[in-house]
Design a protein around this ligand. Structure first.
Ligand SMILES: *Cc1c(COP(=O)(O)O)cnc(C)c1O
Length: 386
C-alpha cells in the first residue's frame, strides 16, 4: 500500500481500500472464490494460491481493505472476533502473563480466564485501566502482552491508548487493542502506537447483522507472518462468502458511522433530560469522565450508549417497538440490551457491582433509523416503565 493511499480520506478508503477491482476481469467487486484447492501450473512450481486454509483471494481482498482502513500493512481475517482474539493469544508461550482491563467483553473474559489459563497455561491480571499506575504495577517478568478494549462494554469507559502504547514499548510488551466499538472510522490504534488491532467484524464493519467474523491488523511484517502461520495451523479462517459480506459492509462504513453517531448523540442528550433516566454513559457528553480523552484519541464518539433506568426494566424492554431487544451491536437496526441478564449474566451480582454494572443498566446500539422514531420509541418505553 502506498503512503498516498494511507492519506486518502477515510470514506474513499472504505470504498477503494486494498484495490478491490479484479485484475482479470475489471469487476469492481472481487469474485467470491469458493475453491478449496488450486491447480499447479507446472509440477513442483511454487505458486501464491494452493489451498484456501492458507490463502484465499476473496479473504485477502477483505484483509487488504481493513488493513488500509486501520493504517496497517497486514490484515488477517478470522471466522469470528473470538477466533481473532484467540489468534493473538497463540503468539504467546505457555506461562506468559497478560494484563487486561476488568472491563472486558464477556467472551474475551471467558476465553482468557476459563479457557487459555487452563489449556495454554497463560496467566492474566485484570486491572482498572483508567489507572495507568495500576497497569504498570501489574506488569511482571513474564508479562508479554497488554490487551485493551476501548470504549469499554457496556459502560463506555475510555482508556488512554497512546499512554498504554508508550508503557508497552518501554517494557518490551505487545499492545493489542480490541477496536470493535470505535471502528477505524473513529479510532486508529496503530497510529497511536499499538502493535495489533482486533475487530469483531460481526459488528460495525459488517454492519448488517448478517455475518460473524473477525480480523487482526498489524504493521510489523514478522509478527503478521507469525499470526498468519498460526491461523493456517489452527484453521480459524472465515469462508469466502463471509469475507465478501464483510467487504460489502465496509463500503458504507463511513456513511453509516456518521448516522450512528448523530443518532446516538441526540439520544444521549435527550435521555439525560428525562425523569426516568438517572445516568447516561456516552463519551460524547461533556460530563463523561473521559470526555477530554475521547476528543483527543477518537475522531468521534460512536453509536453505543448506556443508561441507568429509574423504572421497571421488563416493562421498558417490552414496550420497545423500533429498538429490538437482543444481543450484539453495530448493525443498521437499533438494539437494546440488559447487561445484567444478557451480556454479563455469567457474572454474579457482586462481580457486576464491582464493575459498576447495575441491575437498572440498559445498553443501546443506536442504529441508522430516523432519530425521531428512535426517540419516540424510547419515550413510549420510559412512560411504560415509570
Ligand atoms: C462481539 C465482540 C467480540 C467477539 O466477536 P464475535 O464476532 O462475536 O466472535 C469481541 N469484542 C467485542 C468488543 C465485541 O463486541
Amino acid at each position: 500500500m502506498s503512503e498516498t493511499s494511507k492519506q486518502t480520506a477515510f470514506a474513499t478508503r472504505c470504498i477503494h481500500g486494498g484495490d478491490p477491482v479484479d485484475p482479470a476481469t475489471g469487476a469492481v467487486m472481487p469474485p467470491i472464490v469458493t475453491a478449496s484447492t488450486y491447480r499447479q501450473r507446472a509440477f513442483g512450481e511454487r505458486q501464491d494460491y494452493y489451498y484456501s486454509r492458507t490463502r484465499n483471494p476473496t479473504r485477502e481482498a477483505l484483509e487488504r481493505c481493513v488493513a488500509e482502513l486501520e493504517s496497517g500493512n497486514h490484515g488477517i481475517a478470522y471466522a469470528s472476533g473470538m477466533a481473532a482474539t484467540a489468534g493473538v493469544l497463540e503468539l504467546l508461550d505457555s506461562g506468559s502473563h497478560v494484563v487486561a482491563p476488568r472491563d472486558l467483553y464477556g467472551g474475551s473474559l471467558r476465553l482468557f480466564r476459563e479457557l487459555r489459563s487452563r489449556s495454554a497455561g497463560l496467566r492474566f491480571s485484570f486491572v482498572d485501566f483508567t489507572d495507568l499506575d495500576a497497569v504498570a504495577a501489574a506488569i511482571g517478568p513474564r508479562t508479554r502482552l497488554i490487551w485493551v478494549e476501548t470504549p469499554s462494554n457496556p459502560l463506555l469507559k475510555l482508556f488512554d491508548l497512546a499512554a498504554l502504547a508508550s508503557l508497552a514499548q518501554q517494557r518490551g510488551l505487545l499492545l493489542a487493542v480490541d477496536n470493535t466499538f470505535a471502528t477505524p472510522c473513529l479510532q486508529r490504534p496503530l497510529e497511536l502506537g499499538a502493535d495489533i488491532v482486533m475487530h469483531s467484524t460481526t459488528k460495525y464493519l459488517g454492519g448488517h447483522s448478517d455475518v460473524i467474523g473477525g480480523i487482526n491488523v498489524l504493521r510489523d511484517a514478522e509478527l503478521a507472518r507469525r499470526l498468519h502461520s498460526l491461523r493456517t495451523t489452527v484453521g480459524s479462517v472465515p469462508g469466502p462468502f463471509d469475507a465478501y459480506l464483510v467487504l460489502r459492509g465496509v463500503k458504507t462504513l463511513a456513511l453509516r458511522m456518521e448516522r450512528h453517531e448523530a443518532n446516538a448523540r441526540e439520544l444521549a442528550e435527550w435521555l439525560g433530560r428525562q425523569a426516568g433516566v438517572s445516568r447516561v454513559y456516552y463519551p460524547g457528553l461533556t460530563n463523561h469522565p473521559q470526555h477530554a480523552l475521547a476528543r483527543r484519541q477518537m475522531q468521534g464518539f460512536g453509536g453505543m450508549l448506556a443508561f441507568d433506568l429509574d423504572g421497571d426494566v421488563a416493562r421498558f424492554m417490552n414496550a420497545l417497538r423500533v429498538f429490538t431487544v437482543g444481543e450484539s451491536l453495530g448493525g443498521v437496526e437499533s438494539l437494546a440490551g440488559h447487561p445484567a441478564t444478557m451480556s454479563h449474566s455469567n457474572l454474579n451480582a457482586a462481580q457486576r457491582a464491582e464493575l459498576g454494572i447495575g441491575e437498572q443498566l440498559i445498553r443501546l446500539s443506536v442504529g441508522i433509523e430516523a432519530a425521531a422514531d428512535l426517540r419516540a420509541d424510547l419515550a413510549t418505553a420510559l412512560a411504560a416503565a415509570a
